[in-house]
Every structure is written in structure tokens, then in C-alpha cells.
Design a binder for this molecule. Structure first.
Ligand code: ADP
Length: 676
């Protein structure tokens, strides 16, 4: 193939240029698709006319070097052994049963799709040739159908899906070339090989121009046929492996294994792994590069990662996609869809590259702490797999079976490892961490191990396995870092306990209320969002309109102000789920009945007193457990979420589900002192 058009310099001069010579070779070997090859040729031609001292010369050279260094046709082969994948997941990760199940389904779909037989349609008007070809190809393991002329072939193509068409060129009525034309419309992704006994260079060229992948002459050399078909099969196999499906998104608090599971999938499949944090991405160009017209233009980070890995089908994690919003220049969700969505990403355009690069072979997995605020089009295209926080017991297991062995090994404390007692681990969990996941727990365990390693070398500890109990933990880690937020010690009037759900897991909050002389004002404080403010108004209106039923003086609001305050400034407080908690605090305030301090309440309240469902059920229950709450009240519609929780999470806590506000009153409020 010639790269040079008419140039002002002589051919000899060009060949003497070492840069161009090298580039030309690189272009030949880069495996560029046709459109890329055309661009590369044009660029080299332009370079051949450019003065090497001109600034554009170096820019162009850098561009072509970049273009040719991309892995246009380099893939790793997927290992689609489901048992092995299961073992990999089990050996690394404790629990997470529903997550693992979903991942195995994901891998099973890929395996089945890639096991689809390779289907070939042979078209020849000579019966002997047809039978022979059918026999040879069947022996190679392909599924073969035959047709004796073009129209029969078209009929078969309309009803069945084929990967390859092998057709004679000279046939009656519809010949091979016409068939090729029609096929392009019916099955644009099918490859074609043309053969004929009357081979001429012109018909070969014409067939290739019409989109045939290869041209064989009759009598067909069977070795050549086998090789060509195998090549096409291999090429298609990589396409088949790009099973397009929903985009996977792992959602959950930090330190709940999202990244580690991503890595394990890559390991199980035998794919290269990379991740890119989206938090703090400010500009579309960070992802998609700058146009070459800018001085110092660079490719974006997506293409750069692909280049660095040297294969075009890695597993690519895009971390914290929910954290890119706000000051991002451009629309984050449309950029994300362009990258993630298999329907769009086969034409991914990096501005620097200025050529489409097909990202569909990449398995993208997005992660987010919460998918609530993602745009609707993005959320609709994603299949969200929820990773939830861990209970104290789960954390203990994870520490025992994974974190401690890992950190002991990393600190060189094997053999004769120190022995952590359960009490020591629980002390670290309770007093040195405050999280839903186990990231800080792992960090604190690492600190303990490092200090023990130093002590061992200094000779202050013997080589005997030292026991690590709560006292050693305090010695090594210093005074406790956290005093866990617990329930109130005593029941109070006008103060109820609620449960909120944030990006970092669940938390408990207290709703405090007071009433004082005033002018019917509702005062709301505690950095509350607009939705929670509306919930407070709804709760008050409900109580005013049902005062008699609730045993409250119907005039209670006359000449009074009501103040609702929710302390803990660092917890974001918005969303409708505090409605019921606020209503209960107010009813307590107005009836004088104390709220039980060991009950936590969550639920949206409608103006008619119905209780509507809430989000983050598991995180909220875990937060209640951490705070030693005994009973939690949830909306009835959340019963189905509660049923899916492990027994371990529900141990030591009573969950009550309710439909109406009136059902909550006697559970959450104590009787009046005199009425007991
Ligand atoms: P994320 O990506 O969700 O923030 P990571 O995958 O980075 O979390 O996990 C943080 C650390 O916690 C890792 O070292 C991981 O091995 C450990 N870890 C978390 N959950 C588990 C679990 N269920 N089993 C084993 N290790 C875990």
C-alpha cells in the first residue's frame, strides 16, 4: 500500500528521512483500521512536505507516534471458566453473597455468548464443491449451511444469523458480487470470502472493494481456506466477547469491597485491570483530550490508560462517578454515557486522537457511593449492584479471615504471628473507627502490625506469638479516637431518635422540639434541607388536623411558636424520611408522653398520616445497632427489603413495620406517668 501522494520532494529525499521511515513502518504494523490508515497516510504525506525545523513537524510526529502506539488490535483472551471465577471470588471476599451471585450471572452470560457456534453459509452452484466445503468446515467445528444460488442464500440470511459467507463469484441470476451488495444491507456485520475459478486481478480487487474480507481462487487450497476462516473467527471472537449489556455500577459506602470485587472479576477473566477516579474531574478534556490545534494538546485519560495497558479489552473501573458533578465543565452524564454505554462507545472520540476508537471491548464498571443524584438517563442504562455496610459481627469475621492475615504478612510478622483476641478487634472497631465499610479498620490493624514489627526487631518483644488484647491495642494505638454516638440514656419528652442514610452509611439523629409563647411560627434549625423542612410542616399540619384523636388540645398552636432542631451539623440532613420521627417528637411534646430512647424511627409521613417507604434500610439498621437501639420502626412497604437481610444483621434488634402514624404512637411513646 502506498502512503505518499504527490509530494514536492523527491521520493529519495523522503526515504532518507529516518523519522518518516520509522513512522511508515510503525503505521504498517499498528493494526490500524482502514479509517485510521487513511488518516495516517495523509499525515505522513503532509509531513513529507513540511520543513523538519517547523514547530508543526514535531507535533505531527508526536501525534503519529501516539496513534501507532495504541493497541488497535491487541486483546487478551478471556478465561471463561465459571468455577474458577467462583473460587477467585470466594477466596478473596467474605460474605457478599448476592453480589457474587450477580457477578457470576454476568460472567455466565459472557461465557454463553462466546460459546455460540461460528456459523458459515456456503453458496456454490456446483453440488460437489458445496458438499466438499461443508465437510471441511464442519470438521473444523463450524456450523455450516449451504445454498445453491444467490436467492436461496438471501432467503437463508434473512431468517438465520451467520458469521461468515463463503460464496462463488460466478453464478446464475444473482452472482457473488451482487450477493455481496445485498448482504451488506441485510447483515452488515457478516464477513464474506469470495472464490471463483476465473480469477482475475480486477474481480479480486472489485470484491475487496465491495467489502469482501478475502478472495480465494479455485481450486481452493484447503489449508489456505482453513487459515483464512480461522483468522476471521478469531477476530469475531473478540467482538462476540463484547456482549453488550447494561453498564454495571457498584454502589455503596467506602471500604465495602467495590474496587476489590472489580479486581477479582478482572483476575477471573484474565483481563488487565485499571481504575480512574472521577472525583474532582473538572473538565471534559481530562477524559477526552484536547484538540491538536491547542499548544501542548494531550490525549484524554481514557485513551491514555488503554495505551498504557497495551490491550484494548481491559476491565476499567470508573470510580466515584457520583462525585464528578458540580463544577464539571460540560455535562458529566453525557460524557459518562459516551464512555460507558456500549451503544455509543464504539465510536468514542478523543479530541487529540481525532479518530473514533472503539471502546466496546472494554468492560467498564462504574462505582458510586450513592446513585440517587445521578441523572435519569445514566441511571436507566446502569444495572446497580448494591454493596452495603457491615455489621459488627461481619467486620469481626472480615478482620479475622482477611484483614489481619493480610497485614501480618505485609509487616513480615509470619511465622510466629501475634494473636489478636476478639475483644481486641472489637475494641478497634468500636473505638478507633467509625465507618460502614472496613477501610479504616484495615488501616488501624496495619498500624498495630507495624508497631509490633518494630517492637520485635528492637527486641522488646520475644519471637513467641504475642497475644494482642484490648490493653495492647490501647498501648499501640493511643487513646480512643471515637466515642460512638449512642442513644440517650433516658426517655425524654419532645426528643425522638431518627435514622438517616448518607454516602458514608447510616447514622442516628435526634429530633428536638420545644414550644413557647409566640405568634404561631414554626422555627426550624440544624442546617436542614428544603425537603426535610417540608416534612416538618406536614407533620405539624397532620397533628393540628388530628389533634382531638391524638389527645391534644386543638388550640395548642394559638399564641405559641414551635421550634424543631436537629443537632449534628456534619450530617447532611435532607430527604423525606424524617417526617415520622418529627411527628413523634411533636406528639410527645404536645401530649407530655416521653419518647422511648431505645426506639429509632424512620418513614415519610403523608398529610393523611400514611407512612411511605424509605431508602438505605440495611445501613439504617446497622447504625441503630451501633447505637445500641433495641427497636426500629420502618414503613410497611420496606418489609420486602428487610426480608432480604442476613439474620446476623437482624440479631439483637426488633424491627416493627407500620402503615399509619397512629400505629407508632404506643410503640414509641411511654404512657403518661400517672397512667402506668
Ligand atoms: P471500596 O472500593 O468499596 O471503597 P475496597 O475494595 O477498596 O473498597 O476495600 C477496602 C479494603 O477492605 C480492601 O482491602 C478489602 O480487601 C477489604 N474488604 C472490604 N470488604 C471485604 C470483605 N467482604 N471481605 C474481605 N475483605 C474486605
Amino acid at each position: 500500500m502506498g502512503f505518499f501522494g504527490k509530494s514536492k520532494k523527491s521520493k529519495n529525499e523522503i526515504l532518507e528521512m529516518p523519522d518518516l521511515e520509522k513512522l511508515r513502518r510503525a503505521v504498517d504494523n499498528a493494526g490500524l483500521p482502514d479509517y485510521g490508515l487513511a488518516v495516517a497516510e495523509k499525515e505522513i504525506e503532509r509531513l513529507s512536505k513540511t520543513d523538519p525545523a517547523a514547530p508543526e513537524y514535531a507535533i505531527e510526529i508526536a501525534y503519529l507516534e501516539y496513534l501507532t502506539s495504541l493497541p488497535w488490535n491487541k486483546y487478551t483472551d478471556d478465561n471463561l471458566d465459571l468455577d474458577r471465577a467462583k473460587q477467585t471470588l470466594d477466596s478473596y471476599h467474605y460474605g457478599l453473597e448476592s453480589v457474587k451471585e450477580r457477578i457470576l450471572e454476568f460472567l455466565a452470560v459472557r461465557t454463553l455468548c462466546s460459546m455460540k457456534p461460528f456459523r458459515v453459509l456456503v453458496v456454490d452452484d456446483e453440488a460437489v464443491a458445496r458438499t466438499n466445503l461443508e465437510y471441511v468446515l464442519r470438521k473444523e467445528g463450524y456450523e455450516v449451511a449451504v445454498a445453491e444460488n444467490g436467492s436461496e442464500a438471501l432467503e437463508k440470511l434473512v431468517v438465520g444469523e451467520f458469521d461468515l459467507l463463503l460464496t462463488d463469484l460466478k453464478m446464475e441470476k444473482i452472482d457473488g458480487m451482487q450477493l455481496l451488495e445485498r448482504v451488506k444491507k441485510i447483515a452488515p456485520h457478516m464477513e464474506t470470502i469470495i472464490f471463483t475459478g476465473y480469477a482475475t486481478v480486477s474481480s479480486a480487487v472489485e470484491a475487496l472493494q465491495h467489502g469482501a474480507a478475502h478472495y480465494l481462487t479455485k481450486p481452493i487450497n484447503l489449508d489456505e481456506l482453513r487459515e483464512v476462516v480461522k483468522k476471521i473467527r478469531d477476530k469475531k471472537r473478540h467482538i462476540i466477547q463484547n456482549v453488550s449489556g447494561p453498564i454495571l455500577c457498584f454502589s455503596g459506602p467506602p471500604g465495602t469491597e467495590k474496587t476489590s470485587v472489580g479486581k477479582a472479576i478482572a483476575e477471573a477473566l484474565g483481563r488487565k485491570f485499571t481504575r480512574l477516579s472521577m472525583a474532582g474531574m473538572r473538565d471534559e478534556s481530562e477524559l477526552k483530550g484536547h484538540r491538536r490545534t491547542y499548544v501542548g494538546a494531550m490525549p484524554g485519560r481514557i485513551i491514555n490508560e488503554i495505551k498504557r495497558l497495551g490491550v484494548r479489552n481491559p476491565l476499567f473501573m470508573l470510580d466515584e462517578i457520583d462525585k464528578m458533578g458540580q463544577d464539571f465543565r460540560g455535562d458529566p452524564s453525557s460524557v459518562l454515557l459516551e464512555i460507558l454505554d456500549p451503544e455509543q462507545n464504539n465510536y468514542f472520540l478523543d479530541y487529540y486522537l481525532d479518530l473514533p476508537f472503539d471502546l466496546s471491548p472494554v468492560i467498564f464498571i462504574a462505582t458510586a457511593n450513592s446513585v440517587e443524584d445521578l441523572s435519569a438517563p445514566l441511571r436507566d442504562r446502569m444495572e446497580v449492584i448494591t454493596f452495603s455496610g457491615y455489621s459488627e459481627k461481619e467486620k469481626l469475621h472480615i478482620a479475622r479471615s482477611h484483614l489481619i492475615p493480610k497485614q501480618l504478612a505485609a509487616s513480615g510478622l509470619i511465622p510466629d504471628s501475634p494473636q489478636f483476641s476478639d475483644d481486641a478487634i472489637i475494641k478497634i472497631i468500636r473505638e478507633y473507627t467509625e465507618e460502614s465499610g472496613v477501610r479504616n479498620l484495615e488501616r488501624e490493624i496495619a498500624t498495630v502490625c507495624r508497631k509490633l514489627a518494630k517492637a520485635r526487631l528492637e527486641g522488646s518483644a520475644t519471637r513467641r506469638p504475642t497475644p494482642v488484647g484490648p490493653a495492647e491495642v490501647e498501648n499501640l494505638l493511643g487513646p480512643r479516637k471515637y466515642r460512638r454516638q449512642t442513644k440517650y440514656n433516658s426517655d425524654r419528652v419532645g426528643v425522638s431518635t431518627g435514622l438517616v442514610w448518607t454516602d458514608f452509611g447510616g447514622e442516628i439523629i435526634f429530633v428536638e422540639t420545644s414550644i413557647m409563647p409566640g405568634a404561631q411560627e414554626l422555627i426550624l434549625t440544624g442546617s436542614l434541607g428544603s425537603v426535610i423542612k417540608e416534612s416538618a410542616q406536614t407533620a405539624l399540619s397532620y397533628i393540628r388536623s388530628h389533634a382531638r384523636e391524638l389527645g391534644i388540645d386543638s388550640d395548642f398552636y394559638a399564641h405559641k411558636d414551635i421550634h424543631i432542631h436537629i443537632p449534628a451539623g456534619d450530617i447532611p440532613k435532607d430527604g423525606p424520611s424524617a417526617g415520622l420521627t418529627i411527628a413523634i417528637a411533636l406528639i410527645s411534646l404536645l401530649t407530655g408522653r416521653k419518647v422511648r430512647s431505645d426506639v429509632a424511627i424512620t418513614g415519610e409521613l403523608s398529610l393523611t398520616g400514611r407512612i411511605l417507604p424509605v431508602k438505605g434500610v440495611k445501613e439504617k439498621i446497622l447504625a441503630a445497632q451501633r447505637a445500641t437501639i433495641k427497636t426500629v420502626i420502618f414503613p410497611k412497604e420496606n418489609a420486602k427489603d428487610i426480608e432480604t437481610l442476613d439474620e446476623e444483621v437482624l440479631e439483637e434488634i426488633q424491627v416493627i413495620t407500620v402503615e399509619e402514624l397512629l400505629e407508632v404512637i404506643d410503640v414509641a411513646l411511654m404512657p403518661l406517668e400517672g397512667e402506668r
